[in-house]
Design a protein around this ligand. Sequence first.
Ligand SMILES: *Cc1c(COP(=O)(O)O)cnc(C)c1O
Length: 427
Amino acid sequence: MDNKMYNRLGICNEVLDFSSAILDELSERFKEIDEVAEYNQCKVISAMQENRVNATCFAATTGYGYDDVGRDNLEKVYASCFGTEAALVRPQITCGTHALAVALSAILRPGDELLSPVGKPYDTLEEVIGIRESKCSLKEFGITYAQVDLTQDGGFDFDGIRSAINERTKMVTIQRSKGYQTRPTLSVARIGELISFVKSIKPDIICMVDNCYGEFVEKTEPSQVGADMIVGSLIKNPGGGLAPIGGYICGTKECVDKCANRLSAPGLGQEVGANLGIMPSFYQGFFLSPTVVSGALKGAVFASRAYEKLGFKVVPNSTESRHDIIQAVELGSKERMVAFCKGIQSAAPVDSYVTPEPWAMPGYDSEVIMAAGAFVQGSSIELSADGPIREPYAVYFQGGLTWYHAKLGIMMSIQKLYEEGLIDLKL
Ligand SMILES: *Cc1c(COP(=O)(O)O)cnc(C)c1O
């Protein structure tokens, strides 16, 4: 492309040359990503066709939302696509944490135990479970929690898991994405292995997968390898950037029914919950999701290769297989983290003029910096970066509604580091 347009956006020719050399190395990786996206696009279209999606699905409902055709049919589309008996896909599920909290409290009863065989869960779940004290946590309801960490090399501790499972173990939670940790993200195949192992010890354990950031990264989802429930947020992958709110739970009829009764009220279940006119964005966002995810993945691979070349540790590295859209870059200093985030921010279509600064956030023991210029507040399928200001000074980078925007954001981050003399651009 003509450098002039990039120059106008603030990127110099040195950074453009560096980036284009990196991109030349990535064509094979990009081809694989496109291939998965093409498969998943067909998968979504097929689910929509099977369920005869039509214009009545896009109508708004109000009040109780009885006989909401659009809502009910969307849930069938999700179920078909993810290979489950049922699905709950609602704007009344406010975020990913809420979806996970609904799923956990729908299944667990006083005296039951929840087990995480993959180490510490996502930060916000600590309060849901009661690992950190919180009002209305599962712990307050007499539900206990057990955890088995991954082994040093990121494997499952099968012996540890076997001995952790007891007569009270009712449910297992498996987080697919690494979240803000440095452990590897789990592939769908490995999740399948883990579920088989758990069920071989105690077949009636309910296995839930926190699928956040993982949807459409591979050709299959954890629900197709034995998970009783998969759970995620619509302002991440499956909302395709268009859904302005929402979460989903897909799984067995029994589990989804319990979740619906927990979300609304016992007896009401899935029958209530007006869609308030939000359906077009849910359908169209799901339709676009495989392509949006592929753009975000290309951005992650590009960032990984570029920062690897610049001498930084990146997780995952540029040749590893990918199972979520998150890229971690260990920048080694606060100055570099700030410059990186400034770059991401100044590449945004929204709030590009804002300067991100580190600040103390509730719940964190160090300052945090965030860069996001999103159409949907907090949406992390849109280009965003954040990280706690502490060793190893890692930024977590994700999203990008289009590959071109992700590319611009990464080039802009390199530009800011370069301008401030914080990197050496030699290839
Ligand atoms: C984002 C995320 C959550 C929580 O989702 P929110 O929408 O931020 O509440 C839970 N688990 C993982 C792995 C996530 O990435």
